[in-house]
Ligand binder design. Structure first.
Ligand SMILES: [Zn+2]
Ligand SMILES: [Zn+2]
Length: 126
């Protein structure tokens, strides 16, 4: 599988029993199914193992738009993550594949102290 951002080779990687992704050996971008992304959100430390690419390179690659899905070649859409809206993901409208630039998985999983406080406040306001 070829990386849609840098044409590097996307190699399959497994983590635990359910998590299967492909990571680009060039830019460190990660491609996976949407369900796998949801699993990774709940998995402790998965980002430290899988998201090993350069976040600087990832931020640069995040500006590359209208990439072709490496799974099915449909044009991927840029969508702001529901929980961490400052992170923009490339999501395939056809096959539910998701492309994360290097550093984005770590970013999604680093819930800040402010996020915790906001959630706490939301509970008290009910
Ligand atoms: Zn790449
Ligand atoms: Zn696709």
């Amino acid at each position: 599988m070829e990386c849609p951002k840098c044409a590097g080779d996307m190699k399959p990687i497994e983590y635990g029993t359910d998590i299967r992704v492909r990571r680009c050996s060039g830019c460190g971008g990660i491609y996976c199914d949407r369900q796998v992304l949801e699993l990774m959100r709940a998995e402790w430390q998965v980002d430290a193992v899988l998201d090993t690419g350069s976040a600087v390179q990832g931020a640069r690659n995040n500006e590359i738009r209208d990439i072709a899905c490496p799974g099915c070649a449909a044009t991927m859409r840029r969508i702001a993550d529901e929980e961490q809206s400052h992170v923009t993901l490339d999501v395939c409208p056809a096959c539910d594949g998701v492309f994360l630039d290097a550093g984005e998985l770590s970013d999604l999983k680093s819930v800040t102290l402010m996020d915790h406080l906001r959630r706490l406040l939301a509970i008290f306001e009910k």
